[in-house]
Write a protein that binds this ligand. Structure first.
Ligand code: MN
Length: 353
C-alpha cells in the first residue's frame, strides 16, 4: 500500500451538509412555536445559538455553499462534496410548506452544482411526511435537476422510515436508480428519554442508535424484498450494524414468519451486502474500517468528511493513511461513489482508475 498522495486518487466526500437561509428561517419559526420537547434545542443550537464560537462557525459554514466551502476543500484536499440538507431538514414542518421548501432547496443546490460541476454533486431534499409529494420531488430532482440521490434526516415525526406509508419514496428511488441516504437527526420519542440525561443524544449514542434501528427495521419490514434494487446509504460506518451483523444473522432466520415478523427472502447480512452502502463519516478509526471491509466488503464503503461538523483534514488523513490496499482505497475514496451516485469518473489517467 502507499499513502496515495494528493492528485493520485480522486477524493469524493459524500456526507457533506449545507443549509439555506429559507430553511433556517422556517426552522426558527417552528422551534419558537413548538414546545421545548418537540423542538430539540440541542440539535438546533448549532443553527440558532450564536453566542458560542463553535455553533457560529458551523452555521456560517452550513449557509456558505461556495466561497469558504471551496477554500476548505482546496486546502484540505477534497475534490468533490456530495451535498445534503443538514438535519433536521424540513421533516417536522407542515406538509405543504415543507414540500415547497424542498423544491427551493433543490433548485438552489442544482444552481451551485451547475456553477461547479467538478466540485459538487447533491442529494435531493424531500419532505417524507408527505410521501407522494416527496416521490414527485425526487423525480423532478433527478430528471430535471440531475441530483444524485435522496436524503432523509432520520425519523419522520417519530415514525421509523420503514413504515409502508413511506414506501412510495423507496419505490421511486429504486425506479430512478438513485440511493437514499438515511442521516441521523435527534432521537425519536423511542430513544429520546433514554438519551436526554448526560447529553447522549448526538454522536455519543443517540444518532447511531436511532439510525442503526432504522436500518434493521428496513430489513425486517420486508421493504427490501419489495424493492430489491433499492440502495440505502448509512453513515458512521453503518451505525453499528456491521459490528452486530453476526449476531443479527444468527438470531434471525431468513425464512418463516412469526407473529408480526414477515418472512424474508434473504438473511439480514445478505440484505446489508446487497442493498446497503456505509460511509466513514465521523469515524476516523482504522481498526473499525478494516473490520467493515472484512464484514461488508470494500465495494460497499464510501468516504465522507461530515463537513462542517467534523474536521476535513482529519478525515482526509485518516483515509490517506489507512492500512488497506490501494485498490480498496480507490474504491472508498471515489470509485464506489461514482458508481452508486452516478458521478462521472475523471479520465483514468487523472483519477487513478
Ligand atoms: Mn452528517
Amino acid at each position: 500500500m502507499s499513502d496515495l498522495q494528493r492528485g493520485t486518487c480522486r477524493r469524493i466526500a459524500i456526507e457533506e451538509a449545507f443549509c439555506t437561509a429559507a430553511v433556517l428561517t422556517a426552522l426558527r419559526e417552528w422551534a419558537a412555536a413548538a414546545g421545548a420537547d418537540e423542538a430539540d434545542q440541542d440539535l438546533l443550537s448549532f443553527l440558532f445559538d450564536q453566542e458560542l464560537p463553535g455553533p457560529r462557525r458551523v452555521r456560517r459554514q452550513l449557509l456558505d455553499l461556495e466561497d469558504e466551502r471551496l477554500a476548505v476543500m482546496d486546502s484540505g484536499g477534497v475534490d468533490v462534496q456530495l451535498l445534503s440538507l443538514t438535519a433536521p431538514g424540513v421533516q417536522a414542518l407542515a406538509d405543504g410548506p415543507a414540500t415547497a421548501l424542498t423544491a427551493r432547496v433543490n433548485d438552489q443546490l442544482a444552481e451551485v452544482i451547475a456553477r461547479h460541476p467538478r466540485r459538487f454533486a447533491g442529494l435531493a431534499a424531500i419532505a417524507p411526511q408527505d410521501p407522494r409529494s416527496a416521490a414527485r420531488e425526487i423525480e423532478r430532482a433527478v430528471h430535471e435537476l440531475n441530483l444524485n440521490g435522496v436524503v432523509i434526516n432520520s425519523h419522520i415525526r417519530g415514525e421509523s422510515v420503514d413504515g409502508e406509508r413511506y414506501w412510495p419514496i423507496f419505490e421511486t428511488a429504486q425506479g430512478l436508480g438513485v440511493p437514499v441516504y438515511i442521516h441521523p437527526g435527534s432521537p425519536s420519542a423511542l430513544l429520546a428519554p433514554a438519551c436526554t440525561s448526560y447529553g447522549r443524544k448526538s454522536g455519543i449514542y443517540g444518532f447511531q442508535a436511532e439510525i442503526g434501528l432504522h436500518g434493521i427495521r428496513l430489513i425486517c419490514s420486508g421493504a427490501l424484498d419489495r424493492f430489491p434494487d433499492l440502495r440505502i446509504v448509512l453513515g458512521h460506518l453503518g451505525e453499528g450494524i456491521p459490528f452486530w451483523l453476526w449476531r443479527v444473522d444468527d438470531t434471525r432466520p431468513a425464512n418463516g414468519s412469526r407473529g408480526s415478523r414477515p418472512a424474508l427472502e434473504l438473511t439480514p447480512g445478505e440484505y446489508v451486502k446487497r442493498n446497503f452502502m456505509i460511509t466513514t463519516s465521523g469515524v476516523n478509526c482504522h481498526p473499525a474500517l478494516r473490520f467493515c471491509i472484512d464484514e461488508v466488503g470494500a465495494d460497499n464503503i464510501m468516504w465522507a468528511t461530515d463537513y462542517p461538523f467534523q474536521r476535513t483534514e482529519g478525515a482526509v488523513e485518516f483515509m490517506r493513511s489507512a492500512p488497506i490496499s490501494d485498490d480498496d482505497k480507490h474504491k472508498i475514496f471515489h470509485r464506489n461513489a461514482e458508481r452508486v451516485f452516478g458521478i462521472a469518473p475523471l479520465a483514468a489517467a487523472v483519477g487513478g482508475g
